[in-house]
Design a protein around this ligand. Structure first.
Ligand SMILES: Nc1ncnc2c1ncn2[C@@H]1O[C@H](COP(=O)(O)OP(=O)(O)OP(=O)(O)O)[C@@H](O)[C@H]1O
Ligand SMILES: [Mg+2]
Length: 200
């Protein structure tokens, strides 16, 4: 569960979120609002990328301001711009990078990378330069790179992006990967168990 308690956030003098109180328990959540209304800021609160100016954000009881690392093992974040998330030269290396702190053997890393790339239709591109992927493929790579860490127990939902509605789609509750996946601004997946992830 994600709880937002009395949260306001300011960038300098500009207050973009004002006294927000939310308890998020639903499987899938969409946030719709005007450009600049604070959707991405709200999403970034969920994993501590943004720490509230006042109030607090709790993820399964963990305060994002106090235990950012623990929270980020539970909450994956995908940026609107996939280029912001590509850090390694090739597709497979980029996905494997997410697993670097998981203490997995080389073979298991290779298996997990192969599996997730297959699920995202990128199996034939594992040695392809990541920055030369198409725009949509980069979006898929960005999702694969966070979902490979399995920020939820196997078989349970992770998150979904959608371009059906403008604005940010935050979802905790959809098993991502595969042809049903769609794109949106930012996406956050809330995990039930620690698994780690790519922390920008
Ligand atoms: N790092 C930052 N520093 C200063 N101001 C910021 C920063 N990030 C966002 N803002 C400002 O905060 C406000 C909310 O921005 P935010 O990105 O959360 O909006 P949004 O609802 O996601 O917009 P969009 O629909 O265009 O993606 C905007 O006025 C923006 O200029
Ligand atoms: Mg935004």
């Amino acid at each position: 569960m994600i709880q937002i308690e009395g949260v306001s956030h300011r960038y300098g003098d500009r207050e973009v979120l004002s006294d927000i109180n939310l308890s998020l328990v639903e499987d899938r959540i969409g946030v719709i609002g005007a450009n600049g209304s604070g959707k991405s800021t709200l999403a970034r609160l969920f994993n501590g990328l943004v720490v509230p100016s006042t109030g607090r954000v709790l993820v399964d009881g963990m305060d994002t301001a106090r235990d950012g690392a623990g929270v980020r093992r539970k909450v994956a974040f995908v940026f609107a711009d996939p280029d912001a998330q590509i850090v390694m030269p090739t597709v497979s290396e980029d996905v494997a990078f997410s697993l670097r702190r998981h203490g997995l053997g080389k073979d298991e890393v290779a298996d997990r990378v192969r599996d997730i790339l297959g699920r995202f239709g990128l199996g034939g591109h594992s040695d392809h330069p990541a920055h030369l992927l198409s725009s949509g493929q980069k979006q898929l790579l960005a999702l694969a790179s966070v979902l490979v860490t399995e920020p939820r127990p196997p078989g349970t939902p992770a998150f979904q992006r959608s371009e059906a509605a403008p604005g940010t789609c935050l979802g905790a509750g959809h098993r991502a990967g595969g042809p049903g996946l769609r794109r949106a601004d930012d996406a956050v997946g809330h995990a039930q168990q620690p698994a780690g992830g790519r922390t920008p």
